[in-house]
Design a protein around this ligand. Structure first.
Ligand SMILES: [Zn+2]
Length: 330
């Protein structure tokens, strides 16, 4: 038995000689599972740390770190399953004599992303599941409907100006580029987005875009392009400069949080790369776990709402049974 203190966010699974951390810095881990390249899941990525992730995630992380990443092969008894969230995103699947099969989802989505692999779901005894959208009353529309609405908006503004999207450089920006490409539009993007998009293209997701170094002053000779996609913090700068050239510019955001928040843009679309509550239930029905542990910022609410729906759920860190998960050799 290992006498590890129980801590919901700092946790690890034991398999073979490994202690595997899950998307977070965990002081005693000797192998760090990184489900995908979003920065809130990369606490285990440090110089000289050994990481378990997909090759695509490794390549995406390499656009941000200066040191060489030490990637290890998948240990016996462990599988990586597609999570559907962004290109290269994986779930961790571990088979154990003591606990049966354990799955950790990280961020995941049930709907098919235009720029990611579809999700894989395996049955498991224990499920550790992400809690990004814990409320049953937040219901996403079909992604295809949201995309059609976005393309309609872009088209409706093309004759009178440009549309400027702010986006996370990793994942969301590539989805927006693909949505534009599918309607015959080649957007302008900034350098961080282009760096990530190049990795996507290298791994088979072909994207057409024009890269602009937005540090190089203010002259955008091709300001008549219909769509700009830039990192969030550049939105105001691009809006001001394009407007200064006498061109109308409409600002937009595409995020699932558009369901619950109003942002300071002309338009917002609830384009999410996560599962909503109903999709989480759909996942659980396919996975058929005997026990569920919720993880992430909404974990308390999510566990409560899953319990109310009849599932054996507890939040990670608040459940004594989880001590076993930490303590036993899996
Ligand atoms: Zn993510």
């Amino acid at each position: 038995m290992h006498g590890t203190p129980l801590n919901g966010e700092q946790m690890a699974l034991h398999v073979g000689g490994y202690r595997i951390s899950l998307d977070a810095k965990e002081s005693e881990a000797n192998l760090n599972f990184v489900s995908h390249a979003h920065s809130d899941h990369t606490g285990g990525v440090r110089k000289n740390s050994e990481i378990l992730c997909s090759e695509i995630t490794r390549d995406l992380l390499s656009t941000r770190v200066r040191y060489e990443l030490k990637m290890v092969g998948t240990p016996g008894g462990v599988k990586l399953l597609n999570a559907g969230h962004m290109l290269g995103s994986k779930q961790l699947y571990v088979e154990s004599d003591a606990l049966g099969a354990v799955v950790y989802t990280g961020d995941y989505q049930m709907q098919m992303s235009p720029v990611a692999e579809g999700i894989e779901i395996k049955q498991a005894d224990t499920l550790i599941i992400d809690s990004t959208y814990p409320f049953p009353n937040v219901v996403f529309e079909e992604k295809a409907e949201v995309i059609t609405a976005m393309q309609h908006y872009i088209r409706s503004k093309m004759d009178i100006g440009s549309t400027l999207f702010g986006a996370y450089a990793m994942g969301k920006a590539q989805e927006l580029i693909k949505i534009c490409n599918d309607m015959g539009v080649t957007p302008i993007v900034d350098q961080p987005i282009a760096r990530v998009s190049e990795v996507y293209s290298r791994h088979g997701v072909k994207l057409d875009y024009v890269e602009r170094n937005l540090h190089e002053g203010i002259v955008y000779p091709d300001f008549s392009v219909p769509v700009w996609i830039v990192s969030m913090h550049r939105m105001d700068m691009v809006r001001a400069n394009v407007a200064a050239l006498g061109k109308r510019i409409f600002t937009g955001l595409a995020t699932g949080f558009a369901m619950t928040q109003r942002f300071n843009t002309d338009v917002q679309f609830a384009l999410s790369d996560h599962a909503d509550f109903n999709q989480a239930v759909e996942y659980i029905e396919a996975c058929r776990p005997r026990r569920i542990y919720t993880r992430g910022s909404g974990k308390d609410t999510f566990a409560r709402n899953l319990k109310a729906a009849g599932y054996n759920a507890g939040q990670l860190g608040g459940h004594t049974e989880f001590a076993q998960l930490l303590a036993e050799e899996v």
